[in-house]
Ligand binder design. Structure first.
Ligand SMILES: Cc1cc2nc3c(=O)[nH]c(=O)nc-3n(C[C@H](O)[C@H](O)[C@H](O)COP(=O)(O)OP(=O)(O)OC[C@H]3O[C@@H](n4cnc5c(N)ncnc54)[C@H](O)[C@@H]3O)c2cc1C
Ligand code: SF4
Length: 502
């Protein structure tokens, strides 16, 4: 398509819903260009998504269409290709989509011109320059994060990090307070459903009844923002009431307090309802006005300006083949109780609680994802690609760009260390320290063999044994691997793990 030819429409994907995706001052379409949105039902037919996720996406798209009124043409079709036919052969613009598959598709269409990506702090070009400047050095999130802080003047005092340290993780890894069942902070924002939600629910019920589409998880009142107004309310509630305690208990878990002090903003960011810049700037403002401590503001800024940005860029940098990485050669299938989100399928209290949260809300905070669900999958040797697919379908904030690096790299170590310096997994002692799960559990975190053996503790040693050769060449794992030599009951443990069903 010739760039000077005026577009007949600008296409908004379902994760491009905020005002920054149609702002002409930020490279968006001219105000007189009509907008196109395509609700492609085939997406839901191909994979079994969590019902809450399907609801959230459809609700957010339909709410956005209602806000845009006559300017938007909202097409319900089976596929994007079919939906595009609605605008004929005329030239269409679209901001860079968020998956390899979608990018390949829009690039294959001669009538579609792809505009730069929106919804991230760092542009593709800036990341490419940063990565190139490192030469052969590995890409590390910590280095990237420091560079973003400087480049975007975030929490800086001149050219030094605020407070003199870049990394306040040390203050941010506290176990939950003792003898409490909840953190005691004000609850996160919860939206009120609208008539559009009712319509979405009726459609999903009908599709399920017709056997057209199948879902997992529970149908509960919508818990996450579907509009810009709701997302801003959620952001401000978090900044005003919950950010102050975010840092210290970022990694802690309490069985009866699923949300702790987390922001629950991932789905709003990933739908494009919030811009990451406004989130990190608000956190900085709250710190500068003395409302929140630095470790909380820094912890939150690190998650968004560090992790979220890094994950987005490595998704593109590593290429589409990255999703198939499987250096540990893990090929076991996920058991049905796991894929069906049935907490009754396991006696492990921590795992059962985490699955129960996923079944109810399609969300858990990062430690249950990483150190319970993901760690269990890694220890059991489940196929990383299937684990990625499970996370993608089961979580309200799951999109290809964010799930692939987080699962393949971060949680399953299937890339052999391109994303992280060591596998994220542990025995029961870590879960015991960071949660209140182990007390009532039928297993004991310190026991590795026998009836009471904690599956995480025995699973940890079993994983180290299986991959001993690889891990003993990793400076951060060598100590742990040597621990195997001190286990007098290793043979018994290995026999027990070989016989254990998932
Ligand atoms: C195995 C695994 C799978 C994950 N899958 C997803 C996913 O599909 N979608 C997703 O948005 N996050 C994912 N994460 C990252 C993180 O767990 C969630 O972003 C976070 O738990 C969402 O809750 P929150 O909004 O309360 O986050 P908070 O703890 O309040 O953090 C603030 C924000 O930081 C961002 N963030 C933090 N860590 C990451 C990260 N590793 N990658 C990307 N963004 C990050 C999110 O936008 C989040 O909203 C995954 C992590 C793991 C370990
Ligand atoms: S004892 Fe083991 S299985 Fe039970 S809750 Fe603790 S870590 Fe989980």
């Amino acid at each position: 398509m010739a760039s000077e030819e005026p577009a007949v429409a600008h296409w908004l994907f379902g994760d491009q819903l905020g005002p920054h995706f149609i702002d002409p001052a930020r490279g968006g379409p001219r105000r007189d260009v009509p907008l196109l949105m395509i609700e492609a039902r085939g997406v839901f037919r191909r994979r079994r998504f969590h019902r809450a996720k399907a609801h959230l996406i459809l609700s957010a798209m339909r709410h956005r269409a209602a806000e845009l009124g006559d300017r938007v043409r909202y097409v319900k079709a089976d596929s994007y290709r079919e939906g595009l036919e609605a605008v004929g052969d005329g030239p269409v613009t679209v901001h860079h989509p968020t998956s390899h598959a979608a990018l390949g598709f829009v690039r294959s269409l001669p009538s579609v011109r792809v505009l730069p990506a929106r919804g991230f702090l760092v542009t593709h070009d800036a990341f490419t320059s940063w990565a190139a400047a490192r030469g052969t050095k590995q890409l590390r999130q910590e280095d990237f994060y420091r560079w973003v802080r400087q480049a975007h003047d975030l929490l800086m005092e001149g050219d030094r990090p605020a407070g003199g340290r870049w990394n306040l993780d040390h203050d941010n890894r506290q176990p939950p307070p003792r003898d409490v069942t909840a953190l005691g902070v004000p609850a996160p924002y919860r939206p009120r459903e609208s008539a559009i939600d009712e319509e979405v629910r009726a459609d999903l019920d009908r599709w399920s009844r017709d056997g057209d589409v199948r879902f997992v998880g529970e149908d509960a009142p919508r818990a996450f923002p579907a509009t810009r107004r709701e997302a801003l309310a959620a952001l401000h509630r978090f900044a005003d009431h919950r950010l102050a305690t975010f840092g210290a208990y970022e990694d802690a878990i309490l069985a009866k307090d699923a949300t702790m002090s987390h922001s629950l903003l991932s789905s709003s960011l990933n739908l494009g309802l919030l811009d990451p810049a406004e989130c990190v700037e608000l956190a900085e403002t709250r710190w500068r006005s003395g409302d929140v401590p630095l470790n909380s503001a820094e912890g939150f800024v690190r998650q968004i300006a560090g992790w979220r940005e890094f994950v987005w860029h490595v998704y593109w940098h590593f290429g589409d083949e990255y999703r198939d990485r499987n250096v540990l050669r893990h090929h076991r299938a996920l058991p049905d109780w796991f894929t069906e989100l049935s907490p009754e399928g396991t006696d492990a209290n921590c795992l059962s609680h985490a699955l129960d949260q996923v079944r109810g809300a399609g969300w858990t905070h990062h430690i249950p994802r990483l150190m319970i669900l993901g760690s269990f999958a890694l220890q059991r040797g489940w196929e990383p690609r299937a684990v990625t697919d499970w996370f993608h379908r089961s979580f309200v904030d799951g999109y290809d760009w964010v799930m692939v690096p987080n699962v393949v790299g971060m949680s399953q170590y299937a890339d052999g260390g391109r994303m992280t310096t060591k596998p994220y997994t542990s025995g029961g002692a870590y879960i015991d320290r960071m949660s209140d799960y182990c007390g009532p559990c039928r297993y004991k975190p310190s026991v590795r063999v026998g009836e009471d053996a904690c599956p995480f503790t025995s699973g940890y040693w079993n994983l180290l044994h299986r991959h001993r050769e690889r891990f003993e060449h990793n400076a951060r794992m060598v100590q742990a691997v040597r621990g195997l030599d001190r286990l007098r009951d290793l043979d018994e443990l290995l026999a027990q793990e070989a016989a254990r069903e998932d």
